[in-house]
Write a protein that binds this ligand. Structure first.
Ligand code: NAP
Ligand code: BGC
Ligand code: ZN
Length: 355
């Protein structure tokens, strides 16, 4: 079967002919429908994040998949069920407490592998196998958008953890700011809109006309250009934020967002930056945190409960938003187009088969 892989020493994806996998005990064989591409895939391809499976020289890419059960193999699934796989798998040497309690998303990197990212093959192949407990059912009418369940689940978790950090008092957020107008940022902006935020903002660094700015404004949010309004000046230029969601991977934003928060506000950090040394006024930020009861949470990955919540969220997005967000679904024969990045691209996917 055809699979889209990155090979050791190379920095662009290629197609490899690999054997169709055989499901092991408790595993399901899934026929792949579509697999999305995000910023992490580009980091993996460039060799800046993740790594190859032990002893192998290639990694099957892709962690945002939707497929159809081909062989249920005695699991609770039935042939034809539409499913989405979670990303994390136990280490090669065996399971651990995080997986045993259904919270693999809370495992530190050394206690897990990530399909298509770190140490385990991903889903960009005509078929893949997955343990039944890592598959989440999706209604058939959402199959075409099912590759968005994984990224939405990332924000389900981050929003849940941010709210949990504010659960000791009456936190009723009205103003939300998303840093980053990539696909994760725009999906999250739509989620804040759905969750009743009265005023939303999204930060980018692009000139108009730009399709992401169009989406931001169609969602009723305000576009903030970081070249004109640095994050630290957003409270003066607009207002202080109850919630900030960082999805740029730009390390300064992790600290600058403290100053964009309103008293009692919380920032969720999602970006996965490279090491970068720069100066900050730690004393001022420390005091700002303490005197204004602010919080920051880091959040990575997501578990089955977040995938289930994401299926609901996805079903409630307006159709125009999904149409505008997904700028290209490319057949396997034209897979390179799904990895091309230009100013007209927002979210892309590779199509492996039809439902
Ligand atoms: P992406 O497509 O690369 O989006 C990042 C966006 O941030 C881009 O639109 C970029 O703008 C914008 N940006 C970067 N620096 C900026 C700055 N200084 N000012 C304003 N805008 C800036 O990536 P993504 O897939 O949306 O993911 C976003 C980040 O989250 C990445 O770092 C990714 O690794 C991470 N991520 C984390 C998790 C997790 O579990 N924690 C899950 C998924 C993704 P331009 O396009 O104009 O350069
Ligand atoms: C994936 C997550 C993963 C994270 C860190 C993200 O793009 O969506 O599932 O945990 O990268 O590797
Ligand atoms: Zn991702």
């Amino acid at each position: 079967m055809d699979a889209i892989v990155v090979r050791r020493g190379e920095t662009s994806p290629t197609v490899a002919d690999l054997p169709r996998p055989d499901p092991g005990p408790g595993e399901v064989l899934v026929r792949t429908l579509r697999v999305g591409v995000d910023g992490t895939d580009h980091e993996v391809i460039e060799g800046n994040h993740g790594g190859f499976p032990e002893g192998e020289d290639l990694l099957v890419l892709g962690h945002e998949a939707v497929g159809v059960v081909e062989e249920a193999d005695g699991t609770p699934f039935e042939e034809g069920d539409v499913v989405v796989p979670t990303v994390r798998r136990p280490p090669v040497e065996g399971t651990n407490e995080y997986f045993e309690r259904g919270e693999p998303d809370m495992a530190p990197p050394e206690d897990c592998r990530e399909c298509g990212i770190d140490g385990a093959h991903g889903f960009m192949s005509e078929y893949f196998t997955a343990p039944a407990e890592s598959l989440v059912p999706v209604p058939e009418n959402l199959a075409e958008w099912g590759f968005l369940v994984e990224p939405v689940s990332i924000s389900e978790k981050a929003i849940e953890h941010a709210a949990a950090s504010r659960s000791a008092f009456d936190w009723d957020p009205d103003a939300g700011l998303v840093l980053g107008n990539g696909s994760l940022g725009l999906l999250t902006l739509a989620m804040l809109d759905q969750r009743g935020y009265e005023r939303t903002y999204c930060l980018g660094r692009r000139d108009r006309p730009d399709p992401t700015i169009d989406v931001i404004e169609e969602l009723g949010a305000t576009y903030v250009d970081s070249r004109r309004t640095p994050v630290t000046e957003i409270p003066d230029a607009h207002e202080a934020m109850d919630f900030v969601y960082e999805a740029t991977g730009y390390a300064r934003h992790a600290f600058e967002c403290i100053e964009a928060l309103a008293p009692g506000g919380v920032g969720a950090l999602l970006g996965v930056p490279e090491p970068w040394e720069f100066e900050i006024d730690g004393g001022r930020l420390h005091k700002e945190f303490v005197m204004n009861n602010k919080a920051l949470v880091g959040s990575v990955n997501s578990n089955v409960s977040h995938f289930e919540a994401a299926v609901e969220t996805l079903g409630e997005f307006p159709a125009w938003f999904l149409d505008d967000l997904v700028t290209g679904v490319h057949d396997l024969g034209n897979y390179e187009a799904a990895f091309a990045q230009d100013e007209t691209t927002i979210k892309t996917a590779v199509q492996f088969s039809q439902i």
